[in-house]
Design a protein around this ligand. Structure first.
Ligand SMILES: Cc1cc2nc3c(=O)[nH]c(=O)nc-3n(C[C@H](O)[C@H](O)[C@H](O)COP(=O)(O)OP(=O)(O)OC[C@H]3O[C@@H](n4cnc5c(N)ncnc54)[C@H](O)[C@@H]3O)c2cc1C
Length: 366
């Protein structure tokens, strides 16, 4: 009971429900079509939960904690690290096939000594002990349920610091998934291939194999504004099984790009594969004011979301964003999109409002 009360009363814990209320205003069309068409996704998710409950509570679930052991930890610098955890029991459900890019999701990791949980955003990556490389999971592979995280530890931070000190083999407890943002469900939509993301899938000249994407619905584009570890939200959408189908125009701000470690080459690969249009800003090289000025110059006006249209073509030349997602520290969110009040979105302000974006098409992630 104490545990529950503490968790519920902590203002630092921003996502309580396993399924956030659907964002209500990403244009009327988006909302209505989304509501009607999520039925399939939700029912399959409930089936998954029901099944998992029967599996002796070994399958990842939002309603109880499951044990994982730390299987790999790699420091990138003094405050950033990659963490891979492996469930004690192989996961039967492939969470990546289940979630796809229709859901942005996180899990909660429990710190048992101080009785708190924190959210972390898994990435579909695994460590290959033979090559010592980080690999992107392939379609159908859930690596038996391994989860990988990119984490920053803060000097006074409770959980990230604790996680960083834990030795390999240590057992931690995780629950989830918790859905942080839900895109409209596209019934019977075809998967987007990830073949172009694997290093071995290039032609002899080292060029990408040209992607020949055919979908049922016309993809739409989005803009994402991330700072620091906020990059994980974009990476999850871009790397998950059946990744985001439109183009993501990604503005990422970091102190120094080296802080991304092996995630940076992955981002470059995504860019070379026309999945993302990358705009990187380093505060080691530019003042924050100059970064904001540069970002402002590149923000396009919002395009209307037109609902589920039949597929016509994939064009990544002219990005026409219908939604802007913002994820980073409080001051960054303030500058880009106006203040977020804990669980409330707050009015849209900052650079985005100057370019005509509003609460119909902006969502601030934590
Ligand atoms: C949905 C969601 C997904 C998340 N995914 C990730 C992820 O994948 N990787 C990741 O590293 N984090 C992620 N976070 C943030 C994470 O949940 C914790 O808030 C973070 O690790 C700090 O927790 P802590 O216990 O270490 O620090 P706390 O004890 O909460 O904080 C102590 C001090 O650290 C500093 N601090 C904490 N957070 C920040 C911040 N964001 N910016 C600046 N200073 C800060 C402040 O000085 C604060 O007073 C996510 C959060 C949410 C809500």
């Amino acid at each position: 009971m104490l545990w529950k009360n503490y968790v519920l009363s902590s203002s630092r814990i921003t996502r309580r429900l396993h399924k956030s209320p659907r964002k209500s205003s990403f244009s009327k069309n988006f909302f209505i079509t989304g509501c009607l068409l999520t039925v399939g996704a939700v029912s399959s998710y409930l089936t998954y939960r029901y099944t998992s409950e029967r599996e002796n509570k070994h399958e990842l679930s939002p309603s109880y904690f499951v044990k994982y052991k730390i299987s790999h930890k790699r420091d990138i610098d003094s405050s950033h690290f990659l963490l891979e955890v492996t469930p004690l029991f192989k996961q039967k459900v492939n969470i990546w096939s289940l979630m796809t890019a229709e859901n942005l999701w996180s899990v909660e990791i429990k710190q048992p000594e101080v009785m708190v949980v924190r959210n972390y955003t898994p990435l579909p990556l695994k460590f290959n002990p033979a090559s010592k490389e980080i690999e992107i999971l392939k379609d159908g592979d859930n690596a038996d349920g391994k989860l990988s995280f990119y984490i920053k530890k803060y000097e006074n931070g409770e959980v990230a610091r604790w996680l960083h000190h834990l030795p390999k083999g240590h057992i931690i407890e995780i629950r989830g998934p918790f859905i942080d943002y839900e895109f409209p469900h596209l019934p019977n939509e075809l998967k987007r291939s990830r073949d172009c993301l694997y290093m071995d899938n290039r032609n002899e000249r080292g060029n990408n194999v040209r992607e020949n994407s055919q979908f049922i619905y016309q993809p739409y584009d989005i803009m994402m504004f991330t700072a620091g570890t906020g990059i994980v939200t974009a990476l999850q959408l871009l790397l998950t099984e059946s990744p985001f189908r439109g183009t993501i125009k990604l503005f990422h701000t970091d102190k120094n790009i080296k802080q991304l470690g092996p995630l940076y080459p992955i981002l470059l690969r995504l860019q070379a594969s026309n999945r993302v249009q990358l705009k990187i800003f380093e505060t080691d090289r530019q003042t924050k004011q100059d970064v904001l000025k540069s970002i402002q110059k590149s923000i396009t006006k919002p395009y209307p979301y037109k609902g589920l249209l039949p597929f016509s073509n994939v064009s990544n030349k002219n990005v026409m964003p219908v939604l802007a997602l913002v994820c980073g520290p409080e001051s960054y969110i303030n500058s880009i999109s106006g203040r977020k009040y804990d669980l409330n979105q707050g009015p849209v302000g900052g650079l985005l409002s100057k370019e005509g974006w509003n609460s119909d098409n902006v969502y601030k992630l934590s």
